[in-house]
Design a protein around this ligand. Structure first.
Ligand SMILES: Nc1ncnc2c1ncn2[C@@H]1O[C@H](COP(=O)(O)OP(=O)(O)OP(=O)(O)O)[C@@H](O)[C@H]1O
Ligand SMILES: [Mg+2]
Length: 242
């Protein structure tokens, strides 16, 4: 069964074609790595799936329903959650209030009290429990990235879209992040994750998609994709830290 299906998704910004007839499919409980050089369209594809950017052409289906023109809010209700490449916390709220705000937009309607309780649970899950009542300003980069994951998890998603949540982390933090992502699959959540760290992608992903200049370049198991001469050529002179 396919959970998410993007068919011929095209996205143009004025004269710039950020995505050209891109296809991607994700099954329940699958971890899919999305890689490609800078500017290849990864974040744009995530935004089209989450609904924060309208597609120019193409079709997006989620659990046998067409969602191509659905609002981001409706997609969140259906079970699609995302993180942002640059964390966007609400600075005037505490850490747990940030997560609770997400809960209140999730699949089930929740009171503020229930949302705060759920927020604490999710923060424990990502290892930020002790910061629940703290200020956003006191969080490190690593903690802000994990807060992004917590905010997405608070929606109780079926599909979680992660945009470079491991970027800028040290090796120990990266390992913790990878463990967390692997644990999502154990919960049956499907994951699409964008990552520059190819080691992280290759060790976690069941399958990978490579984008290059807004087009599908390769797809398959990490072993197959990383050995593909077209992929190696696309990255030559790029910033892949294999
Ligand atoms: N809001 C926008 N308006 C105009 N052009 C945009 C917009 N967002 C993205 N683009 C362009 O679309 C292309 C794809 O950008 P995108 O951010 O999706 O790439 P990316 O693969 O996520 O890159 P990175 O690895 O640097 O995060 C780029 O040429 C970018 O300049
Ligand atoms: Mg990006």
């Amino acid at each position: 069964m396919t959970m998410l299906k993007c068919v011929d998704v095209t996205k143009r910004f004025g004269g710039v074609t950020a995505l050209h007839q891109v296809g991607i499919e994700v099954s329940p409980g699958e971890i899919v790595g999305l890689v490609g050089p800078n500017g290849s369209g990864k974040t744009t594809l995530l935004s089209c799936i989450a609904g924060s950017l309208p597609v120019t052409a193409g079709r997006i289906e989620f659990v046998d329903r067409e969602i191509t023109r659905s609002s981001p809010h409706h997609r969140a209700k259906l079970g699609i959650a995302r993180t942002f490449q640059v964390p966007r916390p609400l600075d005037s709220f505490t850490v747990v209030e940030n997560v609770a705000t997400s809960c209140m937009f999730g699949r089930d309607r929740m009171s503020r009290t229930a949302a705060l309780a759920r927020g604490r649970e999710v923060l424990d899950r990502v290892g930020l429990g002790r910061h629940a009542d703290g200020e956003i300003g006191a969080l490190t980069l690593h903690e802000r990235k994990f807060l992004e994951i917590a905010r997405a998890l608070a929606l109780d998603p079926k599909l979680i879209l992660l945009d470079e949540v491991l970027g800028g982390l040290n090796p120990k933090e990266t390992d913790e992040g990878m463990e967390l992502i692997a644990s999502l699959r154990d919960d049956g959540v499907a994951v699409v994750y964008i990552e520059h760290n190819v080691r992280a992608v290759a060790s976690l992903a069941d399958r990978m998609y490579v984008l290059n200049r807004g087009r599908n370049l390769a797809t398959g198991t990490p072993e197959k994709v990383l050995a593909d001469p077209a992929v190696i050529a696309a990255y030559l002179g790029g910033d892949v830290d294999a």
